[in-house]
Design a binder for this molecule. Structure first.
Ligand code: SAJ
Length: 409
């Protein structure tokens, strides 16, 4: 089986290497020449647990390419950004599908994995692939498979999570299920393409709504002078309660975007999904305003930012709340020193932790990387504002303020 993965990002590259590990001859196509150059040197364009070891193991079965080739199957894993009008931009999916269409033969399999607006596979993708006269279902297999792997544990979850697999007809579904069964150890559930596309969005919208509930609780507990972390811990003792964690905002390339693709289906009937996005998007301002009140209270002018990755222990800063928070502090004239132990490339210059500890008077913890767990602070630090609960209950050596605990400023 020769298989081509189109798009070698956080999902496409691990998927390609897992198919290579399963014995497929895999071609990995991407338009990013920097990424291809790294891969040709057997280096990775991003960190992911176990990915380098897997690449080293399967490198004879995997070839990065910049021109598509004939293959038995094509897996499309390209980005679906969001526009300023909060609408899914499916231009990468269309371009990737247009690139695959000329390679369709009888018996070819095409799978879309990108997160899309429900209905995309069976309309947009299908019509482009049928451009050259082959008919989906009758002549080639077409379907949709979503992934639910968590960045930071992607390979394990891609192998072991259940998978939702869909085809445009029975044969497509069977063929695609057999394909993913080559490496998926979780249960494979069968459905239609539009349901599968919708399930992916529902998974992430569910998480976004629940995070927004935790963030709204943060503001209510601050008004009550209560510790929101304690309130949530005790509420979650209930066997059927699972309140998520508050934070400085929702980052990453999924949770903050995918709910909009669902709301796009019927904006009049998606008030909760849209309001949840509004609440989560309000957190960076809430955090920046609190940090400014602290800096004013202590008369400090230099603020150190600990962590810019969108969540702990990853090197990914896409859609991170750190960006609007830093911008707000700089707009108020503060000197902002920024550190992250894993992120290599960022919109603001990054300094060493030593620089932060030597010069920052106030500390704002945005990402609770494990690397920050045992830090202890002293002058010139005067205060620390913790937006993740990392230091809750610990003596860190300076005045400590915790998001959602009603500190009196
Ligand atoms: N966050 C909170 N509070 C929480 C949980 C998360 O503030 O209780 C924040 C995080 O700090 C981060 C953002 O939300 O900024 C997203 O982090 P995440 O861990 O919730 O999600 P991702 O984007 O790393 O991965 C999600 C996962 N989806 C679900 O958990 C339903 C993953 O399974 C998906 O595969 C992934 O999106 C994706 O690619 O769709």
């Amino acid at each position: 089986m020769k298989l081509c993965v189109v798009g070698l990002g956080y999902i496409g590259l691990p998927t390609a290497l897992l198919f290579a590990e399963a014995g497929c001859i895999v071609r990995g196509f991407d338009i990013d020449t920097r990424k291809l150059a790294l891969l040709r040197k057997h280096s990775l364009p991003f960190e992911e647990q176990g990915l380098q070891e897997l690449y080293d193991k399967v490198k004879d079965n995997f070839v990065p390419i910049d021109t598509l080739e004939e293959a038995d199957a094509y897996i499309i894993c390209v980005p679906t950004p969001i526009t300023s009008a909060h609408v899914c931009d499916d231009s990468y999916v269309r371009r990737a599908t247009e690139a695959v269409a000329p390679w369709i033969r009888k018996g070819t399999t095409v799978v879309l994995e990108s997160t899309v607006v429900p209905g995309t596979t069976s309309t947009v993708v299908r019509s482009i692939l049928e451009t050259y006269g082959f008919v989906a279902g009758r002549d080639f297999h077409l379907g949709y498979v979503s992934e639910k792997a968590i960045p930071g544990n992607t390979l394990y979850e891609m192998r072991h999570n259940d998978r939702i697999v869909a085809g445009v007809d029975e044969m497509s579904t069977k063929n695609i299920r057999d394909l993913y069964a080559l490496f998926v150890r979780g249960e494979i559930h069968i459905t239609d393409c539009t349901t599968a596309e919708t399930v992916k969005l529902v998974e992430n919208a569910y998480r976004d709504v629940n995070i927004s509930f935790a963030n709204e609780l943060t503001k209510l507990c601050a008004s009550l002078g209560l510790n929101v972390w304690q309130v949530i811990r005790l509420a979650n003792k209930h066997p059927r309660v699972n309140v998520h964690s508050p934070g400085p905002g929702v980052g990453g390339h999924c949770i903050g975007l995918d709910p909009w693709f669902l709301a796009q289906v019927n904006p009049q009937e998606s008030a909760l999904i849209r309001q949840s996005r509004t609440i989560n998007n309000s957190m960076p301002t809430f955090v920046a305003d609190t940090a400014i009140r602290l800096a004013t209270k202590y008369g400090t002018r230099t603020i150190g930012i600990l962590g810019v990755a969108y969540k702990k222990n990853v090197d990914d800063a896409r859609e991170t709340p750190a960006i609007p928070i830093i911008a707000a502090l700089q707009r108020e004239g503060y000197t902002v020193l920024v550190h992250d132990p894993l992120v290599k490339h960022f919109d603001y210059s990054l300094v060493t932790l030593e620089t932060i500890l030597a010069h920052a008077e106030g500390i704002l913890l945005i990402t609770d990387h494990d690397a920050y767990q045992s830090l202890h602070f002293a002058l010139p630090q005067r205060w620390l504002y913790d937006t993740r609960g990392l230091y809750e209950g610990k003596d860190i050596g300076i005045d400590y303020y915790l998001l959602g605990t009603g500190m009196v400023l």
